[in-house]
Design a binder for this molecule. Structure first.
Ligand code: SAM
Length: 284
């Protein structure tokens, strides 16, 4: 779930290299994106989790609309399955999976986010293996998992998401499921703002240049990527996945929670989350 601190679409305030920090749109390398994400999520972890109680200590919640895997069952049967949660953050999803009988592993790039996962394990007594690694270089053998999943982790933050799709395919067994939630691509058009400002279309849906915040040296400090719906489908198909559903959870009637850029005002009008339900095209 991306961050209200980012006013995607606001005017770019300075060009990198002028000695000022600012915001721009420009291509970044995988190394730049990894460096920015790791540092960003390390320092932002406490702020991100403030007010995020709805995520639950032992729960897999697909997005701010509050759709829960316990109700949606997008992963299929999980008891006995080997499941990897990518970009797990506090790893409430991995703990829910473990409690449901899965052999779940949580993986994240950020030690700051994984500290919340350790605290969650201590609070709940539900422990899962936690791995600090980059989703583009998963430290697992081919076919190690039956299911890979994430809610808003890793996918929007890597420069080469087509490579990420291939890496997920590699660690899945034939026929294995890859189910992931990202911010709905339609939201790219709007400012990240929970108020009326966040209802005004200010940016092209077709502009794939990443949103980049940078410091006074021009080094990216936050990078968020955009793919259109069609881009995502093409990346999935190229990596050997079959798309079986695209779930767009609706904002529930009566849900008044505002968290970061997410609000009932926007949720009633705009899609917020896109969940891609896929599996490897080959079977065992
Ligand atoms: C928006 S948070 C989502 C966390 C959690 N899934 C949730 O629902 O709260 C994004 C997470 O992706 C992680 N992440 C970003 N880039 C990553 C990468 N290249 N590899 C692994 N994790 C990454 C971040 O560290 C962060 O924990």
């Amino acid at each position: 779930m991306s961050n209200a601190a980012h006013d995607r679409g606001d005017p770019e305030v300075a060009e990198p290299g002028t000695g000022e920090s600012g915001v721009t749109r420009r291509p970044v390398t995988d190394a730049e994106a990894r460096h920015a994400s790791r540092h960003w999520w390390d320092t932002d972890a406490d702020r991100y989790h403030a007010g995020a109680e709805f995520l639950g200590d032992v729960d897999l919640v697909w997005g701010p609309e509050g759709l829960r895997e316990a109700d949606a069952r997008l992963l299929g049967p999980v008891a006995g399955a080997r499941v990897l949660e990518l970009g797990c953050g506090a790893a409430g999803g991995a703990r829910w999976l473990a409690r449901a009988g899965a052999y779940a592993v949580g993986l994240d790039l950020s030690g700051g986010m994984l500290r919340h996962a350790v605290a969650g394990a201590e609070r709940t007594g539900v422990h899962v293996p936690l791995v600090q690694a980059d989703a583009l270089a998963l430290p697992f053998r081919d076919g190690a998992f039956d299911i890979v999943t994430t809610a808003f982790g890793a996918v929007p933050f890597v420069a080469d998401s087509a490579a990420l799709m291939r890496e997920v395919a590699r660690v899945l067994r034939p026929g294995g499921r890859w189910v992931f939630a990202v911010g709905h691509p339609f939201r790219w058009v709007f400012l990240d703002d929970p108020t009326e400002r966040g209802l005004i279309a200010v940016h092209s849906y077709f502009d794939r240049r990443p949103y980049v915040e940078y410091d006074a040296t021009g080094t990216p400090t936050y990078v968020e990527q955009h793919r259109t719906l069609g881009d995502r489908v093409r990346e999935l198909v190229a990596a050997g996945f079959v798309l079986t559903d695209l779930v767009e959870p609706e904002w529930p009637e009566g849900q008044e929670r505002v968290w970061q850029q997410w609000s009932p005002l926007r949720g009633r009008l705009l899609p917020g989350t896109a969940i891609f339900v896929t599996h490897r095209a080959d079977t065992e």
